[in-house]
Design a protein around this ligand. Structure first.
Ligand code: CTP
Length: 399
């Protein structure tokens, strides 16, 4: 995520909703990710949260007044909108949406929205009836037509006791939407990207399985990168330790054969297939439906090979489709990866070093090499998985 927020300036408008408590965590997370955050509170927003709280969290004075702020800083709406890479309003009430849609500038935030030069993202939060009201829906439709981004709201139980749409999106979803809005280049628009991710669990009996240490971080970093660049993304994911990107379609599987079936079903509709999963090469021939009992005798597990998902998919490749694999190696990563690239008939392979101190499995970064069928070979020492995801798509777009 850092790559989307590092060195970016986010102007966060906060309006009067009980969901302001989520804005506090949002400010902290965006700062952790390297963004500069400036908060602007509307009058009703200031009824729900003290500016001092947001000031402490953002490390910047909070804008509350049109002419001079509570702390006396003179930050005009024009100067601030010039600096902002993103204007985000979270929580956004029906009132601010109506003002933004109609071009009303009667306080600092609505005026800043009129002067916006950067992408604008709203996270609506309101009572269900206010949200579904024809006026609010028409305002949202108009704003979307003008290219304004929206995230949420989610259905659920609201503070007013009502059930239905109106809950502001949760912080991970807000961050993901902000990352997408901060990424102007939509060079994967109209492409469908299918990604395998995470480990497989192959059952031994009702309680035990054979697994591996894949976290799913690489697959999810690829999914987020592709989403931010405008692609429609489906991730066929083994049991990962990470929360998946919310905007991707997630197909949850356990075993290699389940992953294989899910991939083959979706293969005809995809433009790019990326095999980032640490697929289990073998499974137990006959898993025990009960729990195998302990004994003092040695035990042998009879394993049979699983299908090679990427190789079988590549054999069914249609014109225009591109397939990318990963090669997890303990030594001679580049030579072994090139052999896999050719054997599996891939367009690109990403070699990773595993084992030892610089192991890529489960970590946020590792040593990587991108090799293409066209002969490109580039080394990326200790690269972050999010940055590696960017390079992979850069190569695909330019190749
Ligand atoms: N892969 C796959 N299906 C398998 C095994 C691997 O789709 N049954 C994919 C992986 O997702 C990866 C690539 O093939 O993109 C290479 O995986 P890797 O585990 O490095 O190689 P293997 O083909 O399994 O060979 P080995 O384990 O002998 O290195």
């Amino acid at each position: 995520m850092n790559r989307f927020f590092a060195d970016k300036t986010v102007l966060l408008g906060i309006t009067g909703s009980i969901a302001v408590f989520k804005a506090c965590e949002l400010v902290s997370r965006m700062r952790e990710l390297g963004a500069r955050v400036h908060c602007a509170l509307t009058r009703s927003g200031a009824e729900m949260i003290q500016p001092a709280t947001l000031e402490a969290l953002s490390g910047n004075p909070v804008i509350t007044e049109m002419f001079g702020t509570r702390t006396g800083h003179t930050i005009s709406h024009i100067a601030m909108t010039r600096q902002a890479d993103l204007i985000m309003v979270a929580p956004a009430t029906a009132n601010i949406l109506a003002k933004a849609a109609q071009g009303i500038g009667d306080d600092w935030l609505s005026t800043a929205l009129l002067a916006a030069r950067s992408p604008v993202l709203f996270a609506p939060a309101m009572n269900t009836f206010m949200y579904t009201h024809a006026a609010t829906q028409a305002n949202i439709a108009l704003l979307k037509e003008r290219g304004v981004f929206f995230v949420g709201p989610a259905p659920g139980r609201l503070a007013c006791g009502e059930e239905g749409p109106g809950r502001m999106a949760e912080v991970p979803e807000l961050l993901e939407a902000a990352a997408q809005a901060l990424h102007p280049q939509k060079d994967l628009a109209s492409l469908r990207v299918l990604i395998t991710s995470g480990p497989n669990f192959e059952p031994i009996d009702a309680a035990r399985y054979i697994g591996n240490r894949s976290s799913g971080k690489m697959g999810y970093a690829l999914a987020l990168e592709a989403l931010c660049r405008g692609a429609a993304v489906c991730v066929v994911s083994g049991p990962a330790t990470q929360p998946p990107p919310v905007a991707a379609e997630i197909v949850s599987v356990q075993t290699a054969r389940e992953m294989y079936n899910a991939v083959l079903e979706r293969l005809p509709g995809c433009d790019i297939l990326i095999g980032a999963a640490a697929v289990a090469d073998y499974r137990i021939a006959l898993p025990d439906p009960g729990k195998i009992k302990r004994s003092d005798e040695p035990m042998t597990l009879h394993l049979v090979p699983n299908p090679d998902i990427l190789a079988e998919a590549a054999a069914k490749k249609k014109a225009g489709q591109r397939f990318v694999g990963f090669a997890a190696e303990t030594e001679n990563a580049v030579e072994k990866a090139r052999e896999k690239l050719q054997r599996k008939q891939l367009d690109m392979i990403v070699a990773n070093l595993i084992g030892g101190e610089r192991c890529a499995i489960g970590s946020d970064c590792g040593d990587a090499w991108i090799l293409t069928a066209g002969g490109v070979s580039e080394a990326y020492p200790q690269v972050e998985k999010a940055t590696l995801a960017k390079y992979i798509f850069d190569h695909l777009v330019s190749g």
